[in-house]
Write a protein that binds this ligand. Structure first.
Ligand code: ACO
Length: 380
């Protein structure tokens, strides 16, 4: 057998170029189209970040107004998509619900001609905006129906983040909460060739349609090693209970060789560049809701785990408790990630199509050597 250098999990493999974002683990930085994500999160509405990811530039005032107008036009959940969601049991995982809704939107928008499935750049930009605009309604309705509550209509006088919270809770939220939510959307929007984005590019590379690529990406994001971790962080917080229980809980978890969700990253080995910004947003929420015990548990688990394992928190660690304080159900956390990341996914799908090559790696065969039927018949 020839010696082949297998890169398990494609670790360290550079598969293509991208102009959308740059992750630099050495300097602990993440740039969207050249801008540090911290600066974007602190200063820009999520609508402007979406425009940046799609087009390469921050919008002019006129472009932002136009994008906001289009987003508002497509916010309402269509009756067909609502009906498709209503068929699903409320026990279905919300990620399955979101994946199904996106798939239904795609089927309703299909041209019917598989040879045209990939669409033109203009068609894909419009599809991306419509899908992004409708996801808050899907996510918000999902949480509401699991609580036995009705769908809430969008509010045209509210921007993206304030409207998202309105559709979820039916109450206008304090500006501190809207700001923390807006920051989380920006931080979750894009992260180069992570598992779900790569999935979307693989699907796009076959010249399939944008909706199929996003549907596949949602499937990839669902897993607890990727987007599902923010949900898992809350389960850990619930299991530990309070700061003084951290040491015995960690003794038991590490003794059983369990992974601690919300820590570690394939690319960042010295800390996730997005964590300080999201932690600062979490701190504002802790003060706003007067919940110091949440910060105490957060700090105790982080400092003890980092001291024991030298593994740092990733974005899911502060975002889990932040979404919990805002009032989101734990099951809704990963769908929130979808609502944000759909901007990055669709930017990557369009970039893939702009200079496409079918993604088709090789594998090293390690099964049986060639053998023949030789009259073989199945017997007991
Ligand atoms: N808890 C305990 N040990 C860990 C953790 C963790 N969270 N993360 C890594 N390790 C340990 C592994 O057990 C392994 O130890 P070993 O060498 O003694 O076997 C070593 O560190 C390397 O870990 P790998 O999983 O091989 O490293 P990889 O680069 O593949 O890991 C990953 C990245 C999958 C994210 C991992 O850190 C993990 O599973 N974390 C928990 C899940 C999580 O938080 N995912 C969110 C990712 S970020 C995001 O999606 C926003």
């Amino acid at each position: 057998m020839t010696e082949v250098d297998i890169k398990k999990g494609l670790a360290g493999v550079v598969v293509d170029v991208t102009a959308i974002s740059k992750v630099n683990p050495e300097t602990n930085s993440l740039l969207y189209r050249g801008y540090p994500v911290q600066e974007l999160a602190a200063t820009q509405p999520f609508e402007a970040v979406a425009h940046l990811l799609w087009t390469g530039n921050l919008p002019t005032a006129a472009e932002l107004a136009e994008l906001r107008a289009t987003e508002r036009q497509h916010r309402a959940l269509s009756p067909e998509v609502k009906a498709a969601i209503d068929i699903l049991p409320t026990t279905a995982h919300p990620m399955d619900e979101v994946r199904t809704a996106v798939s239904v939107i795609g089927a309703l928008d299909a041209t019917g001609d598989v040879m045209d499935a990939a669409g033109t750049p203009e068609e894909n930009q419009e599809r991306a905006i419509r899908l992004w605009a409708q996801l808050p309604a899907i996510v918000a309705y999902g949480q509401r129906r699991r609580r036995g509550e009705e769908l809430i209509a969008p509010r045209d006088d509210l921007d993206y983040s304030a409207n998202f919270l309105w559709m979820t809770f039916g109450e206008e939220q304090h500006e501190i909460v809207v700001d923390a939510f807006n920051r989380s959307m920006t931080l979750y929007a894009e992260h180069s060739f992570n598992a779900s984005t790569f999935t979307s590019r693989v699907i796009a590379s076959t010249l399939s349609d944008l909706y199929s690529a996003v549907t596949g990406a949602i499937g990839a994001l669902k897993g607890p090693l990727h987007g599902g971790a923010n949900e898992a962080v809350l389960h850990i917080f619930d299991a530990i209970g309070s700061a003084e229980n951290v040491t015995p809980w960690l003794d038991e978890a590490l003794g059983a060789k369990r992974k601690i969700m919300g820590f570690g990253h394939r690319v960042y080995k010295r800390g996730d560049s997005r964590v300080p910004t999201m932690k600062a947003a979490l701190d504002t929420l802790v003060t706003h809701y007067d919940r110091p015990e949440v910060a105490a548990l957060y700090d105790a688990l982080e400092s003890e785990f980092v001291a024991r394992k030298g593994i740092y928190p990733n974005l899911d660690y502060p975002s889990g408790p932040a979404y919990n304080l805002m009032g989101f159900d734990t099951l809704t956390f990963t769908p929130l990630f979808v609502a944000a990341r759909v901007t990055g996914w669709t930017a990557h799908i369009m970039e893939q199509l702009a200079s496409n090559a079918l993604i088709r790696p090789l594998s090293e065969y390690v099964g049986p050597a060639e053998r023949h039927i030789d009259g073989y018949v199945a017997t007991d």
